[in-house]
Design a protein. Structure first.
Length: 126
């Protein structure tokens, strides 16, 4: 089921990114491409991300190649990107979420209540 608030958020974010004019944006992902990525990497795009990447696929932003950039990860190219680099993007996001759980953070979207055991909380997020 599609959550319309997430869809609206994704569409608005994609529109805003395009308006800034600093990002190379290719045509959006098709439903078939979304399904392929989700199957290959074992996750599902959230409604807002699905709507965002359906509007257009950002692949480079001004400054992505700056030597002082905090990470070497730019926009993931879900269509033509190297599978190893795409896995790095997913691992980076997952590591961030798991680190937040270790510090006591719990997002209500993950479940209504945070499990008592940290290992159980990590399993839900991973």
């Amino acid at each position: 089921m599609v959550e319309h608030d997430g869809v609206s958020l994704g569409v608005a974010a994609a529109r805003r990114l395009a308006e800034l004019g600093r990002t190379v944006i290719r045509p959006g992902l098709t439903n078939h491409e979304f399904d392929d990525v989700e199957q290959r990497f074992g996750f599902q795009f959230a409604d807002d991300h699905r709507a965002f990447f359906a509007q257009g696929l950002p692949v480079w932003t001004e400054g992505d190649d700056h030597p002082d950039k905090t990470t070497d990860l730019g926009w993931p190219d879900w269509r033509d990107g190297d599978p190893g680099r795409l896995r790095e993007h997913l691992d980076f996001a997952l590591d961030g979420a798991l680190g937040a759980i270790e510090r006591g953070y719990w997002h209500p979207w993950w479940s209504d209540a945070r499990p008592v055991e940290e290992a159980d909380a990590m399993r839900i997020c991973a």
